[in-house]
Design a binder for this molecule. Structure first.
Ligand code: KIV
Ligand code: NA
Length: 272
């Protein structure tokens, strides 16, 4: 089998064919997406999307490891990136490296991702220096929404634009192989992409980015909570699931399921 796409290969695609990224948390979804994407992110959004937490602060190391292992079992082609959960890297570069080593060691994932710019550059440098590829994540940082007082789009003032450009530069200089740019004004994401020599992966950002990512459950219409404006729904799984449940329930109540083809008869009796 062909080997997985590596972070180094993705880095080399700066300015080329856009890099296709989606989140995955489970074996079947990883299996279904793997042939079609370049990168699968085991995002800490798993805490909200699959576990019903109010924010991504509900993600734990154990949660990330279990879902990372499931996604690795379900995929063989995509580069798999695992989010570092809140609390696992902010403290110091040494703490960040220790937790990054554990995430990679227990899952076999290709890289880790962490949120922040100038503030976490030392952490990114420590992890990449140890040979573990890092994806940055700047702009809207879901682990900080409580602190920020909600989901706020970034880059609306000159000061905010300058801060974003500084974050992008810091992440690149620290050795990240690419960076997610989330929830910014469109021209700012385009400018970050022009300046950076590593690929930018946009979400609520700009079509000019070097790639795009969405939360898969949002993109397939399975998210039951609020869906952000930047999401495009490519399928309507909410209705598909509800309609299947309605038909199943009515057939169980009418005793038309299970049918003769779904049950077992002892040998020598006729299936009627
Ligand atoms: O956790 C996540 O799903 C993410 C992406 C939205 C970039 O960080
Ligand atoms: Na995340």
């Amino acid at each position: 089998a062909a080997p997985r796409i590596t972070p180094v290969e993705l880095s080399a695609r700066k300015g080329g064919t856009p890099i296709v990224c989606l989140t995955a948390y489970t074996y079947p979804v990883a299996y279904l997406l793997d042939p079609h994407v370049d990168l699968l992110l085991v995002g800490d959004s798993v805490a909200m999307v699959l576990h019903g937490h109010k924010t991504t602060l509900g993600a734990t190391m154990d949660m990330m490891i279990l879902h990372g292992q499931a996604v690795m079992r379900g995929s063989r082609h995509a580069c798999v990136v695992l989010d570092m959960p809140a609390g696992s890297y902010e403290g110091s570069p040494a703490i960040a490296l220790a937790f990054a080593r554990r995430l990679i060691g227990e899952t076999g994932c290709n890289a880790v991702k962490l949120e922040g710019g100038v503030d976490v550059a030392a952490q990114i440098a420590a992890i990449t220096s140890a040979g573990i590829p890092v994806m940055g994540h700047i702009g809207l940082q879901p682990q900080s929404v409580e602190k920020d007082g909600g989901y706020k789009i970034k880059g609306g003032t000159d000061a905010a634009i300058a801060a974003l450009l500084a974050d992008a530069e810091a992440v690149e200089r620290a050795g990240a192989f690419s960076m997610v740019v989330e929830g910014t004004m469109e021209p700012v994401a385009a400018e970050i992409t022009r300046r950076a020599t590593i690929p930018t992966i946009g979400i609520g950002a700009s079509a000019a980015c070097d790639g795009q990512i969405l939360v898969t459950d949002d993109a397939i219409g399975l998210t039951v909570d609020r869906v952000p404006k930047f999401v495009k729904e490519y399928a309507d799984l909410r209705n598909t699931v509800s309609e299947a449940a309605v038909r199943y329930a009515s057939e169980v109540r009418a005793r038309t399921f299970p049918g003769p083809e779904h049950v077992f008869q002892p040998k020598g009796t006729k299936e009627s």
